[in-house]
Design a protein around this ligand. Structure first.
Ligand code: ATP
Ligand code: MG
Length: 455
């Protein structure tokens, strides 16, 4: 078992002061599974002010920040390593299914572990030696790869409605199963879950999305009612079959697309867009005269719904905008018949900066339709045409035009609506025929447009 030497060193300092120091939380899971830990949560029987004194008097001196002093937490930096040290505590006074405001300090690590959510999160390693304190069988559950509540699941979920989301998030992150009684207690705790703040739910969804296989969590959410609570639009995709187009219902298709995006290590906006790209299908679905389902304009409906979901869950605006743009533009079907102008219009619509992500989403969508990897050559013909268009130095935005607003104003066109219309018309012209992107030609065309617009 590998324990960071800096932690051993500071533990020796605690010991010299007659205080205990234990490694707890995610780092213990990681150490026991032979993985690299990414942050250091420590627990101690020293009071927060004693913790601060120990670091300040250590050799070399540590820096301390009272980051959560009310809950007994101090952040310290010792020999360049950042760690969070929390005084052993129990929690009391859960109000409204949120984490309690009151904490009580205690002198026993076992008691501290008993307030923790899951057995795999309730193991401590005493430092510096690394002796295990594992009163709830956490190590056995780690080996069995299961997430099990400490104590009675229904009671633990009633205390804190975030825990069910944490359970499914850990299931996705660690590729673990939920122990049956833990899973069975979620439906009865949904009312408590509903009281959790949107930001905290969002944080869990972000971690799910960042995992290797997000569907692990979403399937559990669907089974337990969490999906209907937090993402009802996605829950409504279950059973919406797409016969004639697809083998999968819309929920299965969405999860396959999201898993593919995660497996390929695509960025978060592509992963979320993969999850939500077809969310407008249930409300746009129609049976045509041949008995085939159609979903006209579902991308517009999906975009609108994706925005509503992401705003409701308080995702950052930039991420929301990016996801919505990808969703809106996900329905393109390239064929060799596309004219050069069509390729240029595609570039303009998608935006040069978003081309790669758009290809990624399209690949995820294709994978999730056939359940087989479309392969590296999928979209290659389109990518080739796009690169060719870009190398020809065509105009793809107003800024690429051979004239600008100032030139037109100098020729007597008034700033405002007319100027905007004329500039956009010029871009349309150049998209059709890049050869016309010269100052001379564009000024002539602008003049004609002005005459037309001012009669
Ligand atoms: P990671 O940091 O990798 O997400 P972690 O297990 O360290 O995983 P944190 O949120 O950092 O998770 O919490 C640290 C520890 O605090 C957990 O391992 C758990 O013991 C306890 N804990 C955190 N949140 C809760 C909660 N809502 N209810 C009970 N215990 C919790
Ligand atoms: Mg942690």
């Amino acid at each position: 078992m590998k324990i960071h030497p800096v932690l051993k060193e500071i533990a020796a300092v605690f010991k010299a002061c007659d205080k205990e120091l234990c490694l707890v939380g995610g780092a213990v899971r990681d150490v026991l599974r032979g993985k690299k830990a990414h942050d250091w949560d420590l627990a101690t029987n020293a009071a927060p002010n004693e913790v601060m004194d120990i670091f300040r008097n250590a050799q070399p001196k540590g820096k301390v920040f009272p980051t959560g002093i009310k809950h007994g937490t101090v952040t310290a930096v010792f020999r360049g390593t950042t760690m969070e040290i929390t005084t052993y505590r129990t929690e009391a006074g859960y109000v409204d299914g949120r984490r309690p405001d009151q904490v009580h300090f205690t002198s026993s690590i076992e008691e501290d572990l008993s307030r923790r959510d899951f057995t795999i999160n309730a193991i401590a390693l005493r430092l510096p030696g690394g002796e295990k304190v594992d009163p709830f069988g956490g190590e056995a559950d780690l080996k069995k790869r299961i997430i099990r509540c400490v104590g009675d699941p229904a009671a633990r979920f009633a205390e804190d409605g975030l825990r069910p989301m944490r359970a499914v998030r850990f299931a996705a992150q660690l590729a673990f199963e939920l122990e049956p009684a833990t899973l069975a207690a979620i439906p009865g705790s949904l009312e408590t879950c509903a009281k959790v703040s949107a930001e905290r739910v969002k944080d869990e969804i972000e971690k799910i999305i960042a995992s290797d296989k997000p569907s692990r969590a979403f399937v559990l959410m669907e089974q337990s009612g969490l999906l209907r609570l937090f993402l009802p639009e996605l829950a409504a995709c279950k059973g919406v079959d797409q016969k004639g187009n697809h083998r999968f219902d819309v929920l299965e298709h969405s999860l396959l697309a999201c898993d593919y995006a995660a497996a390929k290590n695509y960025p978060p906006d592509v992963r979320i867009a993969a999850l939500l790209h077809d969310i407008g299908k249930p409300i746009t679905r129609n049976l045509d005269e041949n008995g085939i389902w159609t979903f006209y304009q579902h991308e517009a409906a999906s975009e609108k719904m994706a925005r509503a979901i992401m705003e409701r869950l308080r995702f950052p605006n930039l991420l929301t905008d990016s996801v919505c743009h990808l969703v809106r533009e996900h329905m393109f079907h390239y064929t060799d018949e596309w004219s050069d102008a069509a390729v240029r219009r595609f570039i303009v619509r998608v935006g040069e900066a978003n081309l790669v992500k758009t290809y990624q989403l399209r690949s995820a969508d294709a994978y999730a339709t056939a359940a087989s990897d479309p392969g590296p050559n999928f979209l290659l013909p389109l990518m080739y045409r796009v690169e060719k268009a870009q190398s020809e130095k065509s105009a793809f935005a107003l800024k690429d035009l051979a004239v600008n607003g100032t030139d037109l104003i100098a020729r007597g066109i008034k700033p405002g609506k007319t100027l905007g219309i004329i500039l956009n018309e010029l871009l349309e012209t150049v998209l059709d025929d890049p050869a016309q992107n010269t100052r001379e030609d564009l000024l002539v065309i602008a003049e004609k447009l002005r005459e037309k617009l001012t009669v």
